[in-house]
Design a protein around this ligand. Sequence first.
Ligand code: DX5
Ligand code: ZN
Length: 217
Amino acid sequence: MIKIAPSILSANFANLEKDIKILERGGADWLHLDIMDGNFVPNITFGPIVIKSLRKITKLKLDAHLMIEKPERYIEDFKKAGTDILTVHVEATTHLHRTITQIKKLGMKTGVSINPSTPAIALREIIPFVDLVLVMTVNPGFGGQKFIPTMIRKIQEVAIMCETSGRKIHLQVDGGIDETNIRAVYEAGATVTVAGYSIFSKENIPKAIQNLKKLTR
Ligand code: DX5
Ligand code: ZN
């Protein structure tokens, strides 16, 4: 069964604590936090200061997805805020191996993400050093976008790279995941999926999470 990491990008930012408690009731495995700088992606969200507050009100694993240029500048800040998993984009940092090493040294789980047009091979040299790979199934920047079906093949390719690495690596997918495509990404090799709009757009959020899980039994 796949792990569900709801993205709070589609939550009610006027009352995050209330929405997070509802996610917990629905059996969310992680909390996916989309950090955007208006540079790497055409949108701005929030930073470590919000994570620091969320750390106090939930025990869920805080899974920070950094869609920011030069993420190496803020690794310590995210650690201090209480981040568990820190994911950076291959396309956003010149010295990716050094950045991943820094994240690991600070005791966080390391993640690396690739945009839809970045080939899986871009992960080859860094896979031996990471705990998670995040395959974007939409162009990053916004929730509620349409899943890009050609990403299924890329997920399969990355799954083989993870398997042959001999390491336990989470294969996370992110963007436009809902009840119509979650089975396909699971069968392609995804072990964790992010979901924002497909969860928060439903009347019964806990049930929406359970339905997604049921589809990957
Ligand atoms: C997009 C973010 C995603 C997004 C997922 O840049 O990385 O995590 O919030 O949201 P949905 O599931 O609404 O596509
Ligand atoms: Zn994300």
